[in-house]
Ligand binder design. Structure first.
Ligand code: PAF
Length: 286
């Protein structure tokens, strides 16, 4: 497995392979790899000839009061995981290489990025859209894989690729969960043992919403109220948002449609958890 740090060397490697019609896959990550990343890497491995995993903790997607400096970093473990999974290149650019002196262009965000996470974390999606565009430009992949855990991010990346004609096929893989249902996330290491037990409440709340929809509740506000009730039973949690949305536009739904995404974000002490569930309404009711 190669470790490439310079964007120029990364592009030269990819261009050489593309000339030979080798299909390149990219799994963009911020490191601290877990089972969710492993699933993405395995899915990517099956779909491409040469696989790049980028490991870059992108400063522009963190707000001033967020966890950039203490974001978990485990580069040796990450490289070992990548090697075991047959990754061809770990692309590990430095902050200086990604944002050199004089860097000034960023991506202007579509409407889907202004809601939900965008409201709570105003810089976040601009940083994500910019770094993903840069990674695509440097790695030149034909396919890129993202996790459903960051549902809004995946919708944004689809829109970005479409609007800017980036020529990358975006594949989204379902969330990998712990045994009790908590969505895997690099930030779960911040949870204290007690909070780790409480954290699964978010997933339970989404499940309650999904069950209500499957049992015939079609009013968006009623579904939202049921999800809220589950969270409220755990006083340590504070709700940022719980929403019943159209999965393509992320607009809130007053009446559920055949396909719905339930989005949730809560705070548990200093830790912020996000999760989502896609729900398909049984055909006879749609
Ligand atoms: O999902 C992530 O880990 C990050 O947002 C990404 C896509 C690697 C961009 O920094």
């Amino acid at each position: 497995m190669k470790i490439i740090r310079s964007p120029g060397a990364m592009t030269a490697w990819s261009e050489g392979l593309r000339r030979e019609r080798v299909r390149i896959g990219l799994v963009p990550t911020m490191g601290a790899l877990h089972e969710g990343h492993r699933a993405l890497i395995r899915a990517a491995r099956l779909r491409c000839d040469a696989l790049v995993v980028s490991i870059f903790v992108n400063p522009t997607q963190f707000g001033p009061r967020e966890d950039l400096t203490k974001y978990p970093r485990s580069i040796s473990r990450d490289r070992a995981l990548c090697k075991r999974e047959g990754v061809d290149v770990c692309f590990e650019p430095s902050v200086q290489a990604m944002y050199p002196k004089g860097f000034q262009t960023t991506v202007n965000l579509p409407a889907i990025a202004r809601r939900w996470e965008g409201e709570v974390r105003s810089h976040h999606f601009s940083g994500v859209a910019t770094v993903v565009s840069k990674l695509f430009g440097m790695v030149r992949p034909q396919i890129a894989l993202f996790g459903q855990k960051d549902f809004q991010q995946s919708v944004l990346v689809h829109q970005l690729v479409k609007d800017l004609n980036l020529g990358v096929t975006v594949i989204v893989r379902s969330t990998v969960r712990e045994r009790d249902g908590l969505a895997m996330s690099s930030r779960n290491v911040y949870l204290t043992p007690d909070d780790r037990i409480r954290a699964v409440t978010l997933y339970r709340s989404l499940r309650a919403g999904a069950e209500a929809i499957r049992n015939g509740v079609s009013d968006g506000k009623s579904v939202q109220a049921m999800m809220r009730q589950v969270i409220k039973a755990e006083p340590a949690l504070t709700i940022d948002y719980l929403a019943v949305c159209n999965p393509y536009t992320l607009e809130p739904l007053s009446t559920v449609t055949p396909r719905v995404v339930l989005l949730g974000a809560v705070r548990l002490g200093p830790v912020r958890l996000i999760d989502n569930l896609l729900v398909t309404v049984p055909r006879q009711r749609s």
